[in-house]
Design a protein around this ligand. Structure first.
Ligand code: HAM
Length: 428
């Protein structure tokens, strides 16, 4: 027997029961970003594998073990994008767009990481992200972070905490890295397997370890903020001042290091306790050296990405439904010539942006059956076309959610006005 076909593990179908929630969230965030001058970019899902190794870093979890990489028919190594920043930098360089002016880009779409699937962690997941290129100013950091704060307020979400840190300059980080390595080597027997592996390649990531057995060791480690270079310290202090001024609340988390190598100076994460282990909803930071490192003109940059699945889940556990209910009208008709009239009526009523959803019953049966289906579909108005209506050129308009049975037979061109009048009578 053939095996049952199923979606790839960690890759979810988004069915119509949930897509309205996705649309509502996407629309809300898109509107906020447009108000901040961001323009959308749509970039390929596949990029040369080398791009990710050179941006995210050879010794990160993503590049070491999570990428979907394969050889195409030409023998080129391609990778399904695990994130959006690398592609944005590649595209900006390729199209000669980094010319000193400020670019504000946003993007959305699926990303792919071969992680262990669990609540809030998938192998195909979706990000909405933004990248700004062309300014090193802490004012830009503050504006971008304040924009993310606005996402939550516009969605009606409370309870997300902003954690903030500075990774300093590359040179300062190198000094710190050595100090940290010395300290950790001194406690080698206390390290777990993962941390021992990272000790040489990426010791800062040990600070990020979720292993409770390491928490005491990590708490006693030299602190990154104590090693900041003066310019990064000034940048960070200014950012904190600006956030205070914008009334964006944050906590400084000196252990926040992020899992991608391209960051320097500002890093931030929005976290919640409401989602279990995968509590980071949105994360980002500065990556001032990356454009140049990939062969472009020196171009400071900062960005973030949020996990749409996590955000949608957070809305659900917070009891927030972002979906605006749509008006829905349902056309029922008797078999024969009324069917064509029903189609034509629906066609006319759907004109214009503010038109309601109009469904035509195609399953037939008597009016009773059709009305049941109207109710089940969630319609608030039924439009009835029977023999008498056909002969008169009228339609019977019935409100389905009214406190009292309410219906009127009116000329076809009076349907919209009649529904509006009946609805306002019902409301008053
Ligand atoms: P990231 O921290 O790897 O950063 O991912 C950003 C967000 O994507 C996470 O905070 C989380 O909400 C979501 N996410 C990541 N992995 C998964 C997964 N396996 N399943 C579900 N959600 C996930 C970046 O990707 C950077 N490119 C962000 C950035 C943009 N930095 C600067 N510009």
């Amino acid at each position: 027997m053939a095996s049952k076909l199923q979606a790839v593990r960690g890759m979810n179908d988004l069915l119509p029961a949930v897509t309205p929630r996705w649309h509502a969230v996407e629309q809300c965030l898109r509107a906020v970003m447009e108000r901040h001058g961001f323009a959308e970019v749509r970039l390929p899902l596949l990029e040369p594998t080398e791009l990710f190794a050179r941006t995210i870093g050879e010794v990160t979890d993503i590049v070491e073990k999570e990428m979907y990489t394969f050889l195409d028919r030409n023998g080129d190594s391609l990778t399904l994008r695990p994130e959006g920043t690398a592609g944005a930098v590649r595209a900006g360089i390729e199209h000669g767009l980094f010319q000193g002016q400020l670019l504000r880009w946003w993007y959305q779409g699926p990303m792919f990481r071969h992680e262990r699937p669990q609540r809030g962690r998938y192998r195909q997941f979706h990000q909405i992200g933004a990248e700004c290129f062309g300014s090193p100013a802490p004012e830009l950091d503050a504006e971008l972070i304040a924009m993310t704060a606005r996402f939550w307020s516009e969605l009606g979400l409370g309870g997300l905490r902003l954690e903030l840190n500075s990774l300093g300059s590359r040179e300062a980080r190198a000094v710190y890295r050595e100090r940290l390595q010395d300290y950790l080597r001194g406690h080698f027997d206390l390290l777990d397997e993962d941390s021992r592996r990272r000790l040489d390649s990426n010791p800062l990531r040990i600070l990020d370890s979720k292993n409770p057995a390491l928490s005491e060791l990590i708490a006693g480690a030299p602190s990154l903020p104590d090693h900041l270079d003066a310019a990064s310290r000034e940048h960070f202090d200014r950012l904190c001042e600006l956030l205070d001024d914008l009334k964006v609340t944050y906590t400084v988390n000196p252990r926040l290091v992020r899992g991608l190598d391209y960051y320097g100076r500002t890093v931030f994460e929005w976290v919640t306790d409401a989602l279990g282990a995968q509590g980071t909803v949105c994360a980002g930071g500065r990556y001032d050296a990356l454009v140049e490192q990939l062969g472009g003109r020196p171009t400071p940059a900062i960005g973030f990405a949020l996990g749409v699945e996590r955000l949608i889940e957070l809305l659900a556990v917070s009891g927030i439904d972002p979906v605006q209910p749509r008006r829905m009208w349902y056309v029922v008709s008797t078999p024969g010539p009324c069917r064509a009239q029903a189609l034509r009526l629906a066609q006319d009523l759907r004109a214009g942006d503010d038109a309601p959803t109009v469904l035509v019953d195609h399953a037939g049966g008597n009016f009773g059956k059709q009305m049941q289906r109207a109710d089940k579909a969630g319609a608030d108005v039924a439009l009835i076309l029977g023999e008498e209506e056909l002969a008169e050129g009228t339609v019977t308009v019935r409100l389905l959610r009214a406190s009292e049975p309410t219906q009127r037979r009116v000329p076809r061109d009076a349907v919209i006005a009649t529904v509006a009048r009946l609805a306002s009578e019902e409301a008053s």
